[in-house]
Design a protein around this ligand. Structure first.
Ligand SMILES: NC(=O)c1ccc[n+]([C@@H]2O[C@H](COP(=O)([O-])OP(=O)(O)OC[C@H]3O[C@@H](n4cnc5c(N)ncnc54)[C@H](OP(=O)(O)O)[C@@H]3O)[C@@H](O)[C@H]2O)c1
Length: 309
């Protein structure tokens, strides 16, 4: 019977029932432990970046490390990790991200703030354009970017996507490379960043690339804080070139109390809540990968270490 080490003690309460149930549904008989008496006896490690476990070398028999997080930048460079690493692709996390992106995109698109915060009771009948006249750039067309792009398309937003490798998605303009990024940004009134943090994506939105956006564009960053050069964004907001930024992820989390993003009138901070891993659905993803490992089938959602995501 395989031994599963649940190595994220702070999350165990959420998975106490969900993980055994999901394993049973997957037809897998396994022993789940929260502390391994002998690391060499562990077959699978369920992991989160907050876990105290950082040295994977003693887990000589482990067939896979199964992350509960979608983003893997805090583990992908761990030199002691030689086992296959699977990231979390949780359908309910994806649903959450779609809701957050669509909700905040609509807020900017409809100019909701003018009516929610209207202390002067101004009767301003300026009507927003239709979504079909509000182009969106989706930076990242992976699990989350693509789901959000489709949801925005369903509301008739014209979406241009940008990714590392070429994509062919019906109804979506898909671009790559430096020239593709420039084209996507030049035409976008709303930019959504759903890229992983890698050396290639760090500071992707900087003084030069932010300047490509049309005056007044809005930025939604549920991806990773390091995708944006904070100082360049603040300068662009202060000039009014960027109209608004809704930021869910930051270089330092929690965002320090004295960080200028908190008080900036054109910034909304959401505290990394755009899309949480949901234990009931995530446990099924973990269980399916353990089933695959036991059946000798390829794991789902394997991370490419060289690519960094
Ligand atoms: N705020 C939250 O609550 C929250 C929750 C979950 C995840 N996230 C963040 O969202 C990110 C995306 O998640 P996901 O599941 O959609 O990841 P994913 O499926 O791995 O997709 C990543 C996308 O980024 C593209 N990409 C990567 N490097 C690139 C580069 N150098 N240039 C252009 N495109 C590049 C990929 O291109 P290819 O398609 O060509 O590979 C892919 O389209 C995660 O890494 C994490 O940082 C945030």
């Amino acid at each position: 019977m395989p031994m599963v080490l649940f190595a994220a003690p702070a999350l165990w309460d959420d998975y106490t029932e969900a993980l055994p149930r999901a394993l049973a549904e997957a037809g897998v008989a396994a022993t789940i432990v929260t502390q391994a008496p002998d690391p060499a006896a562990v077959d699978y490690i369920v992991y989160a970046p907050s876990a105290p476990l950082q040295d994977f070398a003693p887990f000589t028999r482990a067939k896979a490390v199964l992350s509960l997080w979608a983003g893997v930048e805090r583990i992908v460079g761990n030199a002691s990790l030689t086992q296959p690493l699977c990231r979390m692709v949780d359908p309910w996390l994806t649903e959450g991200m779609v809701e957050w992106v669509v909700g905040h995109a609509l807020r900017h698109h409809l100019g909701m703030d003018r009516h929610i915060v209207n202390p002067g009771h101004v009767w301003d009948q300026t009507c927003p354009p239709l979504a079909r006249d509000r182009p969106v750039a989706m930076l990242g067309l992976g699990t989350l970017g693509l789901a959000c792009a489709r949801a925005l398309q369903a509301l008739h937003f014209p979406v241009t996507g940008w990714s590392r490798s070429p994509k062919d998605v019906p109804g979506l303009t898909c671009l790559q490379g430096e020239a593709g990024l420039e084209q996507a940004l030049r035409g976008a009134q709303i930019v959504v960043t759903l890229l992983p943090r890698t050396p290639q994506t760090e500071n992707l939105l900087n003084a030069r690339t932010l300047a490509l956006l049309p005056q007044g564009a809005a930025i939604l960053n549920p991806g990773r804080g390091a995708l944006i050069d904070d100082a360049a964004l603040l300068a662009a907001l202060d000039r009014g070139h960027i109209g608004h930024a809704t930021l869910d992820t930051f270089r330092v989390e929690p965002l320090p109390p004295d960080h200028p993003f908190w008080a900036h009138p054109r910034v909304i901070v959401t505290p990394h809540i755009a899309a949480d891993t949901r234990p009931a659905s995530a446990a099924r993803v973990i269980a399916e990968n353990i089933r695959r490992g036991e059946a000798g089938e390829p794991f789902l959602h394997l991370v490419d270490r060289a690519r960094g995501y």
